[in-house]
Design a protein around this ligand. Sequence first.
Ligand SMILES: [Zn+2]
Length: 298
Amino acid sequence: MPGSENEVRLIEAVQRGEADAWRDLIDRYQGRLVSFAKRMLAQPGDAEDLVQDTFMGLLRSLPTFDPDRSLETYLFAILRHKLNDHFRRQKTGQRQSLEQLDLDDTPTAWIEPDTPSSHLAGAESLAAQRAALVRCLRQWVEQCEVQGRFQELIVVEMLMVVGLRNREVAADLGLSETAVAGVKFRVIERWRELTREQIRDHDWQEADLAATSTVARIWREEGVSCPKRSTLGRFLLGALDDDWNSFVEFHSKAAGCDRCLANLDDLRSEDERDARSHEQLRERCFASSVGFLSRRPE
Ligand SMILES: [Zn+2]
């Protein structure tokens, strides 16, 4: 989900130092961030402090923020980082360990290097390669959605995100093991095709692209298959068709996507939310960070 037009405009206004835009941005994202932090913390009271730090972190890095990135992904990444710091400081009382936060770190070699890496890529190039890989994976997810190939998507998430074996996926979905292996084979072939174009265009080595991180980790961190917030809203209203419904159900519950669960929590509480406490948190985040806005050069 790269930035929508609205989002890009909002970010640009904040980059120009417009205080109202900054307040809008906080207002738009604070709910899902607080819900996410509360899911992770033993003391939900710490959630608002961490969200306040998260907005400060965003503001500090905004001059170099690439509007092509998804702002939501970026904010969740900052918040995860703040949570990890928080756990490191506290060491006790956390509901979830760091290992659980990073359960995507299963080094499944989805894209096997064909050739040994002959040169060391700089950090900038690695970031560009990661972005290219994310674009390829998103493109594939979108194709699955448009063509209604949700089962393929579920198979991939079961193997890669949940870390199940072919046999377990087959049993779960009532498929043969051969069918699961076939899906996996076709998906990897398709990803190779998509990434090959990028590699050719940029003169990258396939090994470099694979070395940026594991695909499983990137998949999770970037929320490659996360449905849009509007889709999650329709899911809550029961307004999705069966295919979409079973995917969102699987993705949020069985695969346990924390980010989508946080969005769902936030959407559910939107109506009954105490408007005053929402406003108080927004103003607190705003007041603590707005001083940094005006220092930005034009
Ligand atoms: Zn998700």
